[in-house]
Design a protein around this ligand. Structure first.
Ligand SMILES: [Zn+2]
Length: 503
């Protein structure tokens, strides 16, 4: 059996999208463009290309729809003051590919009002948009364009002035223009909704399936109440999870390169999306954090702290290895899932040792229990190895045990003892070679061998939009009659474009 992508899809793997002419060809029209220097100067100072970042305003009309060529095509998710829409251009535009449009309502953290053109929050956010615009990696979300839209409202403001009559003041009204709403929109590729957190739960669902195809472990139950997916359609997910260690390591190593030098600062399962080709894509560069107070219990901050490095929690010096701590926490949950437990099993075990209120778990405060937890995972593996006769399951368990000490080092309380991102890929690469997994990721392998990822040129690109992890599985020659499309019903995701070719 093998995988290939469904033909005629307007979606491409990120590695192919990076060379798609549509990406570089995107240019905003000039209609209604902002002319006020107060608004334009910070855009220039951030280094943003005005053809890719448009500022415009209107009077007395609040944001309802995004500017053309973006048109809402469903909602992908929301958090705090941020909503992510799936958008696509209406007929008549050159932009065919659907995109994710992240819309942030900009508010000053203290006053909850729009922060204004010269605010520090806006300056920092524009800088992050510029950082994002410079990133080109097959496992990192691709910036396509951005815009700011603000609404000016005229208000009558009551004021007083000294009256000509001694000792009296007179009241009068003036018309004042205020910024009523300020929106920052960022159009990105791919428009994926399934994130790693959902994906990991669905991996467990797949192993409930009695007719599972490979690598599923027995007797999984924890966390499954959160998953409604038909396990028949999820069996491919657990094998794919093995390859995500290497792919995410390469994404973070790219960000930390001396030529890029970007710290993500918010690595967590919700910030890794899984695209329609089953590929992990690191997203969300913390843009919203400049506009959020963090004081709302239902906001994103409480969740973010769960994976935050101890340095951030203590407010001490950090370097890029702060990201390694958060990535280590994510890896620990991925390893827990491969071993056959829910990702929340890690939290349940580690929080039992420390006195943390429910829902406020932070890995950084539970590190005393980490060695004990890893030892427990090893015992679970040994128990299952003694019982299972499934050769690919045995290979998977043996491969995951090997990486547990590295994950422990990534979560070391002292950041100077953690490995650098550049060291990680070789330490996790063998997981992609476990029988039953999709195999080594070609773009990550190319990066390993050449030190960089070279996007394929248009002529080399497969017309059917090849998924990136299908090497060695010759799908091209399979007859159509043997092809079977799996409508992978990721609850909030729609249909995945993975075709299984029997034979
Ligand atoms: Zn990869």
């Amino acid at each position: 059996m093998s995988f290939e992508s469904e033909p005629s899809s307007s979606l491409l793997p990120v590695s192919d999208y990076l060379t798609d002419p549509e990406l570089e060809g995107f240019v905003w029209d000039r209609e209604g463009e902002e002319t006020s220097e107060a608004w334009l100067a910070p855009v220039r100072e951030a280094g943003l290309d005005h053809r890719k970042h448009k500022v415009f305003h209107h009077a007395n009309k609040e944001y309802t729809t995004p500017p053309l060529p973006f048109r809402h095509d469903g909602e992908l998710g929301q958090s705090g003051s941020t909503i992510v829409y799936r958008v696509r251009a209406p007929k008549g535009y050159n932009y065919r590919r659907p995109l994710a449009l992240k819309v942030i309502v900009c508010k000053d953290v203290v006053s909850s009002r729009p922060p204004g053109p010269n605010s520090e929050a806006r300056r920092l956010a524009l800088q992050e948009v510029q950082n994002m615009a410079a990133i080109r990696h097959p496992h990192i979300v691709v910036y396509v364009a951005s815009y700011e839209e603000y609404c000016l409202q005229t208000r009558k403001v009551e004021t007083t002035r000294r009256s000509p009559r001694p000792g009296r003041r007179e009241v009068f009204h003036v018309n004042q223009q205020v910024i009523n709403k300020h929106i920052l929109g960022i159009a990105m590729y791919p428009p994926a909704q399934c994130n790693l957190q959902t994906f990991m739960l669905e991996c467990l669902a797949s192993s409930r399936n009695p007719s599972q195809k490979s690598n599923g472990s027995q007797g999984l139950s924890q966390g499954l109440s959160q998953v409604e997916e038909d396990p028949e359609h999820a069996w491919w997910k657990l094998p794919f999870l093995h390859t995500y260690f290497g792919c995410l390591a390469q994404a973070v190593a790219y960000l930390h390169r001396s030529s890029v030098r970007i710290r993500h600062k918010d690595i967590k399962p919700e910030n890794v999306v899984i695209d329609d080709f089953g590929m992990p894509v690191l997203t969300d560069f913390g843009l919203s954090t400049h506009f959020e107070t963090g004081h709302h219990s239902d906001g994103p901050t409480a969740k973010t702290l769960k994976y935050a490095d101890p340095e951030a929690m203590q407010g001490i010096r950090r370097d890029e290895r702060s990201d390694i701590f958060s990535l280590g926490c994510v890896y620990l949950e991925m390893a827990t899932v491969i071993i056959g437990r829910s990702p929340s099993f890690a939290e349940a075990r580690l929080s039992a040792a420390v006195d943390q209120p429910a829902g406020l778990f932070k890995y950084s405060e539970a590190l005393d229990g980490l060695d004990g937890y890893i030892a427990e995972l090893v015992r679970i593996v040994e128990d299952e190895l003694a019982r299972t006769t499934d050769a690919s399951r045995q290979a998977s368990l043996r491969a995951i045990v090997v990486v547990l000490p590295t994950i422990g080092k990534m979560m070391h309380p002292d950041f100077t003892r953690r490995p650098y991102a550049q060291e990680l890929y070789p330490l996790f690469r063998h997981l992609s070679e476990v029988p039953g997994t999709p195999g080594l990721c070609p773009t990550c392998e190319e990066e390993r061998q050449t030190g960089r990822f070279t996007p394929k040129s248009g002529s080399q690109r497969s017309g059917r939009g090849s998924p990136t992890m299908t090497t060695g599985i010759a799908a091209a020659g399979a007859s159509v009659s043997k092809r079977r499309t799996w409508h992978i019903a990721c609850r909030s995701w729609g249909t995945a474009r993975i075709v299984v070719v029997a034979g």
